[in-house]
Design a protein around this ligand. Structure first.
Ligand code: GDP
Length: 255
């Protein structure tokens, strides 16, 4: 399925600045996340605006703690709608991020899956929408999968991992957050971490608690880094360091 441009808007959108401030700075990351603003909601991928800024998607089972996580990271009480009514949140919600009104990234809140009370057809439709989004959204840069560690990764989470695996191999960033970590003691937290790490094929897994603010700044930093990739410093070459073809040598290849 192709993305439609029909819903595009006139917000100032731009690609992240190369050479944005580097090095861990959770204050900058948290300040940046606080700029989150609702952009649009869409029932299907084709209704989303085509964007050229990095997009970071939040996915997970219903009740995994996704809305709470987004609200905590953005320091806004009701940005993500933590509704328990299935059907009311069955759409893709986009939030812009960026200082001084200039959008340099987008957060996507994908509806929770696996809610038992949802009729079969709605579940199927939703799986299609989500699969389609995760496989074809061009500017998708990273996926954050929220998981309640007391349940572990469920079958639907594993399906999702399979769907994104080819894109992860191609460079899509991926992080599993084990939410509500405050409900686990240290031993159980460590156990949950190692089990899910195995299940996630060695991917990045972290404990997260909105209640105790565990992992908040660390995750904020990840999001910032994904949206503002470092530009490799180019070594200055002496004027005679030309390849036989006359092309300047790529310093990265000569190391
Ligand atoms: P969503 O359906 O994935 O958006 O989940 P919600 O964000 O609505 O959270 C589901 C439930 O888990 C709610 O009752 C939240 O209050 C609770 N919850 C979310 N995060 C935490 C947390 O860090 N600690 C605890 N103890 N409860 C949490």
């Amino acid at each position: 399925m192709t993305e439609s441009n029909s819903n595009s808007n006139s917000l100032p959108l731009k690609s992240p600045l190369p050479g944005s401030p580097r090095g861990p700075n959770p204050k900058i990351a948290m300040g940046w996340l606080h700029t989150a603003k609702f952009l649009t909601t869409a029932p299907e991928l084709k209704h989303l605006p085509r964007l050229d800024v990095p997009e970071i998607a939040f996915v997970g089972r219903s009740n995994a703690g996704k809305s709470t996580c987004i609200n905590t990271l953005t320091q806004q009480h009701r940005l993500a709608y933590a509704s328990k009514t299935p059907g009311r949140t069955q759409s893709i919600n986009l939030f812009t991020l960026g200082k001084q009104g200039v959008t340099d990234a987008v957060l996507t809140d994908l509806p929770g899956y696996g809610y038992a009370a949802v009729p079969k057809e709605a579940k199927y439709r939703w799986q299609q929408v989500m699969g389609n989004y995760l496989q074809t959204r061009d500017n998708l840069k990273a996926v954050v999968l929220l998981c309640d560690p007391r349940l572990g990764l469920t079958e639907l989470d594993e399906v999702l991992l399979d769907v994104i695996r080819p894109r992860v191999i191609e460079g899509l960033k991926f992080l599993v957050l084990l939410t509500k970590a405050d409900k686990l003691n240290k031993t159980d937290g460590a156990k949950a971490l190692s089990i899910v790490k195995l299940q996630a094929g060695g991917g990045d897994v972290k404990l997260f608690s909105a209640l105790k603010r565990q992992g908040v700044e660390e995750v904020a930093q990840h999001l910032w880094d994904w949206a503002h990739p470092a530009v490799k410093p180019v070594k200055a070459s002496p004027p005679d360091a030309k390849s036989p073809s006359g092309d300047l040598q790529d310093p990265a290849q000569t190391e």
